[in-house]
Write a protein that binds this ligand. Structure first.
Ligand code: GUN
Ligand code: ZN
Length: 434
């Protein structure tokens, strides 16, 4: 039977490489057809070339006038911080003390955690984000709640229990041993169960003892196909604090390096105050950067240096960092990434931004071929973008003269309203109300 086939007619865009470094890095089909079979991409191409090969009886969804791209990938976001997005504070450390820690305390309650996880995932899907690397809280039950909600929607998500055993309120502390034991149990329960993947999650160097970092590094080595995620070099006060806590380390990044945390599938958020030696180490170990522009501007942390990161060829990805970030939308995140690049004397074409939010994220997570593009066999996570979502966007996009201008207008003016529909593993998981 052909019952598992579905076809979608629209303009199609996806990437096979980073357009900053390669010609012909993307495929663009103005009148395209995406054929999905059993939750996976069967083929993507020109409508005229593929329509004759559609198995008879295949449902054909007509999205002409709209643009289908792979679902966005947000490589750094805190689901427990959903309820404290847009909380004012003069910088990272006071913001953590005043809002973040009290908010995360509530996730000791599994019912609260489940309710927030459900809202959070629906919000991601409304914004067109189909995969994310997610921080839970120190409570193992916050991880069960998150993966339960993700599994129910059949989303490919990476998440983990926060490890922190010092320099934070006692009610949020684990111990080196309990943190490692709980993480290992969660790995065994959730890693590779359906589409779920586990990330070992030391919050950041200041809130982990040396004993805890040691055990986190050992876990990363014992389970090399798990992820590792943390924050690094976000804020100058934080960098100075790390220097005083770890006087023997060459740099903030070197703290993690000493514990064996630089490796493929390690995702480092922010990376603003790195030096070239740090970037070199990231590049040679296959560690990746998660760029969080709305958060960095909101908290006054600094401007990410695209030029130096590219010079070292570190894998780059884009992220919202909600609740430090001010929007769940990867389009709004592109808007601010563009301005951050401009302020640093760099230029981010819209094509590069769409790459970073799709295949770039997948590559940084070593999941290319699985998510982030329409290569045959990839999981069918895709979104339908509407260039006429608002009167202004319609007026502007009508007047664009090439693909770059169209994508640029969508990146600057777009938000959740621009996402007409979201599909995960070939199933509709969000449809915008008109
Ligand atoms: N550094 C340590 N914890 C956090 C957090 O929750 N958000 C951000 N933006 N930075 C951090
Ligand atoms: Zn963060």
């Amino acid at each position: 039977s052909n019952g598992a086939f579905q076809a979608y007619r629209a303009s199609l865009l996806h990437f096979n490489d980073d357009p900053a470094f390669h010609q012909n890095a993307y495929s663009w089909h103005e009148d395209g057809l995406l054929i999905v079979n059993d939750g996976h991409v069967h083929v993507a191409g020109d409508y005229a070339q593929l329509v004759d090969f559609l198995p008879p009886g295949t449902p054909l969804h007509d999205y002409r006038g709209k643009l289908i791209v792979p679902g966005f990938i947000d490589t750094h976001v805190h689901y427990p911080q959903t309820d404290m997005i847009a909380s004012p504070a003069p910088g990272l450390l006071p913001w953590l003390d005043k809002y973040t820690f009290p908010t995360e305390r509530k996730f000791a309650d599994p019912a609260h955690a489940a309710q927030v996880a459900s809202f959070f995932l629906d919000e991601l899907l409304r914004c067109g984000t189909t995969s994310a690397m997610v921080y839970c809280t120190v409570h193992p039950q916050s991880v069960d709640a998150f993966f339960g909600a993700s599994e129910a929607r059949n989303l490919r998500m990476v998440a983990g229990k926060v490890l922190m055993d010092r320099n934070c309120p006692e009610f949020l502390q684990d111990t080196p041993e309990s943190g490692a034991r709980d993480s290992e149990a969660l790995i065994q329960k959730w890693h590779k169960r359906g589409r779920q993947l586990y990330a070992i999650t030391p919050r950041f160097a200041p809130t982990s003892s040396e004993a805890q970092l040691e055990l986190a590094g050992a876990l990363a080595k014992a389970y090399p196909d798990t992820y590792l995620q943390t924050h690094v070099a976000e804020n100058t006060d934080e960098v100075a604090w790390v220097k005083s806590l770890f006087p023997q380390a060459r740099s903030y990044m070197d703290v993690y390096d000493r514990y064996g945390m630089l490796r493929p599938r390690s995702m480092y958020a922010h990376c603003i105050w790195l030096d070239d030696a740090d970037r070199q180490r990231m590049s040679e170990t296959g560690s990746a950067i998660s760029i969080c522009p709305t958060s960095n501007l909101f908290l006054g942390s600094g401007l990410f240096d695209f030029e130096r990161a590219d010079a070292a060829r570190v894998p780059l990805s884009l992220a919202t960092d909600v609740g430090g970030g001010t929007s769940f939308s990867m389009l709004q995140t592109m808007n601010e990434a563009y301005k951050v690049a401009r302020m640093g004397g760099s230029y981010l074409p819209a094509l590069r931004m769409f790459y970073l939010a799709t295949l770039g994220g997948a590559r940084a997570m070593q999941l290319d071929g699985t998510i982030g593009s329409f290569v045959p066999g990839a999981e069918a996570d895709f979104i339908v973008l509407d260039p006429q979502a608002t009167a202004l966007l319609a007026r502007r996009t009508e007047r664009t003269e090439n693909l770059e201008e169209l994508l640029f207008a969508i990146a600057m003016l777009g938000d959740d309203r621009t996402v007409a529909a979201t599909y995960a593993a070939g199933r509709p998981v969000h449809r915008r109300a008109n």
